[in-house]
Design a protein around this ligand. Structure first.
Ligand code: GLY
Length: 309
């Protein structure tokens, strides 16, 4: 049984000036997550570690680098799920938190609930000793400028997923040496979203799902579309019907495009280590590590590889 990790840095029309940094960022995060697996860490630890690395990297729309809502504030969503027990934790509309994925994990492990939102999530963070960071620390100059330039949500959404101008979501899925799967997804959402808008990311079965019986998925793309088709669970339902993880992802993304005109991407891993990275946007930075080989790509059907030492 080999351990595998796959990560994505968001499906959207990544402009050329962010392309290299996006690919470098997902490669580094995948290696960080794989190092956890190599030390016999759990899939859950590996996905948290990989997503934290992506949240800390200002190139991506999660944690540091998150996009701004109509009022120019950061409101972030995250989910983490353990395929062994179906335990999951999520946070939505959180502010002043550097690593929402770890707060989601704390919700999973330290409360009786699955999701905490807004003020409640921040209050909980305080009670467990998670330091608040100032919003200014999370907002990049790049995002502030882009927000000023594109203060229109409808145009923004079209541009995000069909053309350019905004980032979208990070995520990771993994299977560990014991055959347990896990997923984690984290996002700042869509630029110029309404205050309080929550997308697919923290919704179980939409932004992510993990079940040792079929696999783990992390999704990215237009949140409202992903919510309408429960994309993560839809992909796994095709896997349950005997489709490969790649075919299941492609069928489900095609369905989302045809049924609700939504574009996006997904990474999937099965309990026996099969994996896939697919998207219907112009680009998606992704990386995977399996048996000391690093795979990565950005363009449709691009798959490069490097042997790790
Ligand atoms: N997929 C991220 C969002 O729509 O919020």
């Amino acid at each position: 049984m080999s351990a595998v990790i796959v990560v994505h840095g968001g499906a959207w029309a990544i402009p050329n000036d962010l392309a290299k940094a996006s690919v470098d960022g997902v490669k580094a995060a995948a290696c960080e997550g794989f190092a956890v697996l190599q030390k016999k860490g759990t899939a859950l630890d590996a996905v948290e570690s990989a997503v934290r690395a992506l949240e800390d990297n200002a190139v991506f729309n999660a944690g540091h680098g998150a996009t701004l809502n109509t009022e120019g504030e950061v409101e972030m969503d995250a989910i983490i799920m353990d395929g062994k027990t179906l335990a999951c934790g999520a946070v939505s509309s959180v502010k002043n938190i550097a690593n929402p994925v770890s707060l989601a994990r704390a919700v999973m492990e330290k409360t009786d609930h699955v999701m905490l939102t807004d003020r409640g999530a921040n209050l909980f963070a305080k009670t467990i000793g998670v330091d608040a960071v100032s919003s200014e620390k999370l907002v990049t100059n790049y995002e502030r400028k882009e927000w000023e330039k594109h203060k229109n949500y409808v145009t923004g959404v079209k541009e995000d997923f069909n053309a350019r101008w905004a980032h979208d979501t990070v995520g990771a899925v993994a299977v560990d040496y014991a055959g347990n799967v896990a997923c984690a997804t984290s996002t700042g959402g869509i630029r110029n979203k309404m205050v309080g808008r929550v997308g697919d990311c923290p919704a179980v079965g939409c932004g992510g799902y993990a079940d040792n019986l079929c696999g783990a998925v992390s999704c990215t793309g237009h949140g409202e579309s992903i919510l309408k088709v429960t994309l993560a669970r839809l992909i796994l339902s095709h896997v349950e019907q005997g489709k490969s993880v790649e075919v299941a992802s492609k069928i489900s993304l095609k369905y989302m495009g045809e049924r609700v005109r939504g574009a996006g991407g997904a990474i999937v891993v099965s309990p026996i280590g099969q994996w896939a990275s697919t998207f219907t946007t112009e680009r998606m930075a992704w990386a995977a590590v399996e048996k000391n080989v690093l795979y990565y790509g950005l363009e449709p059907n691009e798959r490069r590889m490097e042997r790790l030492s």
